[in-house]
Design a protein around this ligand. Structure first.
Ligand SMILES: Nc1ncnc2c1ncn2[C@@H]1O[C@H](COP(=O)(O)OP(=O)(O)OP(=O)(O)O)[C@@H](O)[C@H]1O
Ligand SMILES: [Mg+2]
Length: 326
């Protein structure tokens, strides 16, 4: 039985223990802060709060971009620090068995790089499971079911969909049009239409805010002309219009799976629907546009942001032959 499921995402890292549930859900950021004796490592929320505020000599790193490992030594240091913070004390004596997420289209080289970095970081044995299959497990689907099932995962750096039957992927699509690109679109809109420079964090907060209210939102930034601080009121419809082209690109790329969907799978997907996981699933236009493009019902699970990690923690308890990604 595995000890830990780690969903190392572009934006967020979620760690789940099979018994304790989610024990870590924080931004995937590591800061090496210079000190007189060497360096101090800061990780997650604490590290993300320092982005753009670090002194010379500090290093700010994000271990994953667009679902792929950026820098092997950074991933090693990040995972080592993550394990130190999230491991139960009894694990410290041994190397825990982990299941990590990877993109559904990860190449053998990318998979090997991730497994090796994770093992060097202190994990005993590492298995990988593509994020959409992990999300399926995490929201209670049976991977071994003989019916055709489809799960999409739209996160920060990647959007992907896998269609599978009895644990085997039949078809899949992925692209890089996801949450980070939507955030960039919001930043660009504010700069071009309101003359306001926003930080990435402020643009992301505006985008996230627009998914849960119809009330106008306040954006705090720097005036592009004068450089002075300024607050601008932004309508939700404006934010939705700014992200709409990115959503359309993501939906078009994922929807292309219909070209290779076996016709026998159509009744199965009408009955079961397409599950939509990942943080960007929380933006209502993403779900609505995907449903309109596919013609199948699209269902957002109860915990779309953490269901991948929850599935990874469950997957470790299953025999490896039950997990047969393409
Ligand atoms: N309520 C919300 N409305 C809109 N977007 C949201 C909401 N909550 C989170 N997001 C977005 O979801 C993204 C993060 O999702 P998630 O944690 O699934 O990504 P990730 O796993 O880190 O990335 P990836 O899987 O692409 O490597 C961010 O772009 C964030 O802005
Ligand atoms: Mg993810």
């Amino acid at each position: 039985m595995a000890d830990i499921g780690i969903d190392l995402g572009t934006g967020t890292t979620v760690v789940c223990h099979p018994r304790d549930g989610v024990v870590h859900d924080e931004p995937s950021v590591l800061v090496e802060w210079p000190t007189r004796r060497g360096r101090e490592l800061l990780l997650g929320t604490e590290a993300a709060a320092l982005e753009g505020r670090t002194p010379p000599g500090a290093r700010v790193g994000r271990p994953v971009r667009g679902g792929a490992v950026t820098d092997l030594s950074l991933v090693r240091t990040y995972l080592h620090e993550l394990l130190r913070r999230t491991s139960r004390s009894r694990w410290r004596a041994r190397r825990p068995h982990a299941v990590l997420s990877c993109p559904v289209d990860a190449t053998p080289l990318e998979r090997r790089a991730l497994v090796e970095s994770a093992e060097e970081a202190g994990l005993g044995h590492v298995d990988l499971l593509p994020a959409p299959l992990a999300a399926a497990l995490g929201c209670g689907l049976d991977l071994t079911d003989a019916r055709v099932q489809a799960v999409a995962d739209i996160g920060a750096g990647t959007a992907e969909i896998a269609v599978f039957c009895r644990g085997t992927v039949l078809t899949r699509r992925s692209c890089r049009h996801a949450g980070d690109e939507m955030t960039t679109a919001v930043r660009t809109h504010l700069r071009e239409q309101h003359g306001l420079h926003l930080s990435d964090a402020a643009a992301d907060a505006l985008k996230v805010g627009a998914s849960s209210t119809r009330e106008p939102l306040a954006a705090e930034g720097r005036d592009a002309a004068t450089g002075r601080p300024r607050v601008v009121t932004v309508e939700v419809a404006e934010v939705e219009a700014a992200v709409a082209p990115v959503v359309r690109r993501a939906v078009a790329a994922l929807g292309a799976f219909l070209e290779d969907l076996p016709v026998a799978g159509v009744p199965d997907l009408f009955a079961g629907g397409v599950v939509l996981a990942g943080g960007s699933a929380l933006a209502p236009p993403v779900r609505d546009d995907l449903e309109a493009a596919l013609g199948f019902p699209v269902k957002v699970p109860e915990r779309p942001r953490t269901c991948v990690a929850e599935g990874l923690a469950l997957a470790g308890g299953r025999p490896a032959r039950d997990i047969r990604p393409a």
